[in-house]
Design a protein around this ligand. Structure first.
Ligand code: ADP
Ligand code: MG
Length: 420
């Protein structure tokens, strides 16, 4: 057991039917019936192989898109194909989640075989709207159709969907009420990394927060500064711009208009309060980059041309941030320093990620666009850890217990491990 949760080490898997929830959710290429990225499927391979190689009948449950991410709502057949290619073994697929066809397919599995069920969010009970509106307890989730129909067919429930562990939905939190449960290897790895990051990071610990998800950034900043986890928070992107504006710095009319156009003005007083409290720890950009006539230009604060928005940090800021990253023992990054997708505004992000590749610090990167940036600047292999779960990571960093962690702990105390 780790954190009160059983691991795969504590169960005999041979001959068992294992119901395993994974997070294979990826952007979809509808025209070619394919996935635009396979990163999350690759990340789950160790767990899938371990369970299947141990001689268990492995039933995989996954979601793809949802009511709030409808452009990616799709079946899981492409995922079965990708997984099969990755592990070099047939992955069966069934166009059903918990109806008679799915249940028959589960019952006919032989030891070592793998079956992926269709998108669990085709069941209304698994929808985010259902979660938000009905707010079912874990006990009630155990009485949903999907759990009631599938649980009797399994001996063990495994959750490897760390990236979805902030969701409170039946296939994530319901099975743990009814049967022995464990976390998969990916879940275990990600949970250990972020727990250690929050509990005992090697100091100095630097957080680099940028990007455009303002509410997440401010929640994280408040937590890591409040708990004394971060010694410095380096800011950039829209997060940096809002802090600069909130603390009375002149970032140009265009940059301020953008904040209002995005309806982020509510964060201005929050940003000011946060900075007033932690001005010794929050580091603001001292110069900015903008693009004029397709060309990159830089200026000190106060000199951004009125109508143009600042969309990167400047060279002086870059130098300071690089040094702080080099001198740190732990660095966590969420959110790019600028609009790195375009060449004239990529310098800040590029420099930060290159420093991540060079520093001796333990480095953790989370967030979809940050992971993309790490790939773009070819430092992914040099990072300490790349977290697959943005939402879960952020929820964890706010100090709240993740619903799936809570459910797995409950199963740990109720059913315990098989092997002591
Ligand atoms: P992550 O996915 O890593 O959590 P976010 O989603 O919060 O990061 O932010 C990424 C997006 O922020 C990118 O698309 C980037 O272009 C944008 N961005 C970065 N800096 C700025 C800025 N100054 N103004 C507007 N958008 C920005
Ligand atoms: Mg993003």
């Amino acid at each position: 057991m780790r954190f009160g949760i059983c691991t795969l080490d504590e169960f005999n898997l041979q001959g068992k039917t294992v119901l395993c929830r994974v997070d294979f959710n990826q952007p979809i290429d509808w025209e070619n019936d394919a996935l635009k990225s396979t990163a999350r499927i690759e990340a789950a391979v160790p767990t899938v192989k371990e369970i299947s190689d141990a001689g268990a009948k492995l039933v995989l449950m996954a979601h793809q898109g949802s009511d709030i991410e409808y452009q990616n709502f799709y079946n899981t057949r492409p995922h079965a194909r990708v997984l099969g290619d990755l592990i070099g073994k047939e992955v069966k697929w069934v166009e059903d989640v918990c109806g008679p066809t799915a249940r028959e397919a589960i019952k006919s599995l032989k030891d070592g075989e793998i079956l992926l069920l269709d998108n669990v969010r085709y069941c209304s009970e698994e929808q985010t709207l259902f979660e938000m509106k009905l707010n079912l307890s874990h006990e009630e989730q155990a009485r949903t159709q999907v759990v009631k129909k599938l649980a009797p067919l399994g001996d063990l429930y495994v959750c490897d969907a760390f990236a979805a562990s902030h969701r409170d939905q039946p296939t994530l939190c319901g099975f743990e009420q009814l049967m022995p449960s464990a976390m998969g290897r990916l879940f275990e790895k990600e949970y250990v990394v972020i727990s250690e990051l929050m509990e005992s990071p090697e100091k100095p610990c630097v957080f680099v927060l940028g990007g455009s998800k303002i509410s997440d950034a401010f929640i994280m900043m408040e937590t890591v500064l409040g708990k004394g986890v971060a010694d410095k928070v380096l800011t950039g992107g829209l997060v940096g711009n809002i802090l600069l504006h909130a603390t009375g710095q002149d970032i140009g009319k265009g940059s301020v208009d953008f904040i209002y156009a995005k309806n982020y003005e509510d964060y201005i007083p929050k940003a000011k309060a946060l900075y007033d409290k932690y001005s010794d720890k929050i580091v603001l950009p001292c110069d900015l980059g903008y693009v004029e006539g397709g060309e990159r230009k830089e200026c000190t604060l106060g000199d951004v041309p009125a109508e143009i928005g600042a969309i990167d940090v400047g060279a002086e800021t870059i130098k300071i941030y690089q040094q702080l990253i080099m001198d740190a023992k732990t660095v966590f990054v969420n959110g790019p320093m600028g609009v790195f997708e375009e060449a004239p505004s990529e310098a800040g992000t590029k420099a930060v990620f290159e420093a991540l590749g060079d520093t001796n610090a333990y480095t953790v990167v989370g967030g979809g666009d940050s992971v993309t940036a790490a790939k773009k600047y070819k430092v992914t292999d040099k990072l300490g850890y790349v977290c697959t779960g943005g939402g879960a990571l952020i929820r964890f960093l706010t100090g709240e217990e993740l619903p799936v962690v809570k459910a797995l702990r409950y199963a740990g105390s109720k059913f315990g491990p098989e092997k002591k």
